[in-house]
Write a protein that binds this ligand. Structure first.
Ligand SMILES: Cc1cc2nc3c(=O)[nH]c(=O)nc-3n(C[C@H](O)[C@H](O)[C@H](O)COP(=O)(O)O)c2cc1C
Length: 190
């Protein structure tokens, strides 16, 4: 039987990122469903803003190769995306732009193609990243990721209590179910 191996990261490196918090809820759901999950912080994978001249002169950044290696070892992705001006954050877009470059003789699609993708987002607003997530989902889908339905968490500042637990059980279950669905879909696809 296929083992679900999921790479998880958020499109924010802010110290108190809400998106990293909601990601952890989905990660817990994936682990409960039997997946092996590696959570990374994009702070540990610094890459310059993509520029073709820089790329031609220096090749790909070492951090891109390291993150790409983790993507290649995974058969699923869990991504939490904040919403900046109704769209993807520059950090997440830049990371995807670098990861989608050819490297080590492999196509830029190789880290994405055929992976099962679970996408969520959290923000303070009543819309809760609902304008950004379809955009992020489309980007990943175009790279060959098999995207599951998105989960947006509005009003995130009230979503956790002081102990870090989610205040709304329904929201916790929805995020947890997203993680579990990525895991079970990978196994079903074989
Ligand atoms: C440049 C910028 C643009 C933003 N635009 C939006 C937006 O369009 N919609 C929204 O809900 N929140 C917006 N926000 C607020 C973010 O959702 C909020 O900062 C959130 O906490 C970021 O996620 P994080 O906590 O994971 O870092 C914006 C924040 C920044 C810095």
């Amino acid at each position: 039987m296929t083992t679900a191996k999921i790479l998880a990261f958020a499109g924010s490196v802010r110290r108190d990122s809400w998106n990293r918090k909601v990601l952890e809820v989905a990660v817990a759901g994936a682990r409960e469903a039997g997946a092996e999950v590696t959570v990374v912080n994009l702070n540990d994978y610094p890459m310059p803003i993509y520029d073709g001249d820089w790329h031609a002169e220096h090749g790909v950044p070492a951090a891109m190769l390291e993150l790409r290696r983790l993507m290649m070892a995974a058969n699923g992705l869990l991504i939490a995306s904040p919403e900046y001006n109704a769209s993807i954050t520059p950090l997440l877009k830049n990371t995807i732009d670098w990861l989608s470059q050819d490297a080590n003789g492999d196509s830029g699609r190789a880290p994405f193609e055929g992976k099962v993708g679970g996408l969520m987002g959290a923000s303070h607003s009543a819309f809760g990243t609902i304008r950004a997530l379809p955009h992020v989902s489309s980007i990943l889908s175009n790279l060959g990721v098999l995207m599951l339905p998105i989960v947006a968490v509005p009003g995130v500042a009230k979503a956790f209590d002081e102990s870090g637990a989610m205040t709304n059980e329904r929201t916790r279950l929805t995020l947890s179910a997203l993680g579990a669905r990525v895991a079970t879909t990978i196994v079903k696809l074989g």
